[in-house]
Design a protein around this ligand. Structure first.
Ligand SMILES: NC(=O)c1ccc[n+]([C@@H]2O[C@H](COP(=O)([O-])OP(=O)(O)OC[C@H]3O[C@@H](n4cnc5c(N)ncnc54)[C@H](O)[C@@H]3O)[C@@H](O)[C@H]2O)c1
Length: 333
């Protein structure tokens, strides 16, 4: 059992991870600035969970937290994960996703943390046509992916220089219960669900033939929760997620069926993005041979049941766009 700091804890993946860590008997200090997460995503009242509203950019707060709690482990998930938008908010992206991570790495070295778990992203691979493997040379093609890859390198160097143990995961296109469905810049499944519940047509950038391997959250939470105490995972990078790809056009029909709804599809001008994105998962399957691969229909149905209970959200707007040039029209509305 350990004392664990989870950042981004009130977010989608973070809240699932907190529940999985609590189920395993750990003590969890959950930190989140609630910029993209919700306090209600976490258990209201649990004797081994402490929730703190605060930012990973607040160095004083972090120093005090590390001093007070003597953490064994850090699970760092806090980030703003809006890949395409990151081109237009570069400064914010690097400050929040890179410098915020450096604050945590510094303190983890100083306080001799036993393992630092980091959710990087398959965005580090950039444009790849074939299933990306952990041994491929990553060439990210957006600022979000660059920040993620920089933190990966920083962890490797901190491990070499200071002996900081780490585990890095590269998830991709994760969806499920507790995901923020009201963010217009990311999470296409959530965007579709919100549009359906608001009585709107579904919007797709491009012709909808682009494919993604949509990954149900329940299929990847065990490795995230168990890596801290599994020494054979330390110092390693793992792709996690679904093997099979689906086009956005097919996805739209799957989501509509889950709501028993009919909507028009609005095809918007294409954005610069990979036509295909998928990863090789043989490395994680060697350690977790029984990881489930939930079928898209089933995962979407589970998420839809939750979304119907939670209800629609106002599509939030990012307040401080740094570059307006080339911003998709629908993001200006
Ligand atoms: N969801 C995916 O498909 C996916 C894929 C690859 C990687 N990831 C990574 O997994 C992690 C979790 O993603 P998610 O999908 O749960 O997103 P999310 O937005 O639901 O969760 C991120 C959380 O971090 C918090 N946060 C952001 N900036 C913060 C700051 N400065 N200080 C404190 N808290 C802050 C937000 O409020 C939010 O609750 C992120 O690091 C993301 O890059 C997600």
């Amino acid at each position: 059992m350990g004392r664990i700091l989870v950042t981004g804890a009130a977010g989608f993946i973070g809240s699932h991870l907190c529940r999985a860590l609590l189920d395993r008997g750990h003590v969890v200090v959950a930190l989140d600035d609630l910029s993209g997460g919700f306090r209600a995503n976490l258990p209201e009242d649990h004797d081994r969970l402490v929730f703190l509203k605060g930012s990973i950019l607040d160095e004083e707060l972090l120093s005090a937290l590390f001093r007070k709690h003597s953490f064994d482990y850090v699970c760092h998930l806090a980030a703003y994960a809006a890949e395409v938008l990151s081109h237009f908010i570069k400064r914010f992206n690097y400050r929040n996703n890179l410098m915020g991570s450096i604050n945590l790495i510094n303190l983890s070295i100083i306080h001799r943390i036993k393992c630092f778990m980091y959710t990087s992203s398959a965005a580090v691979y950039g444009m790849v046509e074939t299933p990306a493997s952990e041994s491929d040379v990553p060439v990210p093609n957006d600022p979000y992916g660059i920040a993620k890859l920089s933190v990966e390198h920083e962890l490797r160097v901190s491990s070499d220089h200071f002996g900081l143990p780490f585990v890095i995961f590269r998830p991709h296109n994760v969806y499920g219960e507790y995901q923020h469905i009201g963010d217009r810049y990311r999470n296409v499944i959530g965007i579709f669900m919100n549009q359906i519940m608001r009585g709107e047509s579904l919007s797709i950038f491009g012709d909808g033939s682009q494919t993604r391997a949509f990954s149900y959250i329940g299929d990847l939470i065990d490795p995230l929760a168990e890596c801290l105490e599994r020494k054979e995972m330390h110092g390693e990078i793992f792709n996690v997620g679904a093997d099979h790809q689906h086009s956005l056009k097919v996805l739209a029909q799957v989501v509509l069926r889950a709501f028993d709804a009919h909507r028009e599809i609005r095809f918007l001008p294409a954005r610069k993005e990979s036509p295909r994105a998928c990863c090789d998962h043989s490395k994680i399957k060697q350690l977790f041979p029984c990881l489930p691969q939930t079928a898209l229909e089933d995962g979407v149905r589970r998420m839809a049941e939750w979304a119907k209970r939670a209800g629609p959200r106002d599509p939030s707007r990012f307040g401080d766009i740094e570059i307006e040039r080339g911003l998709p029209e629908t993001w200006r509305e």
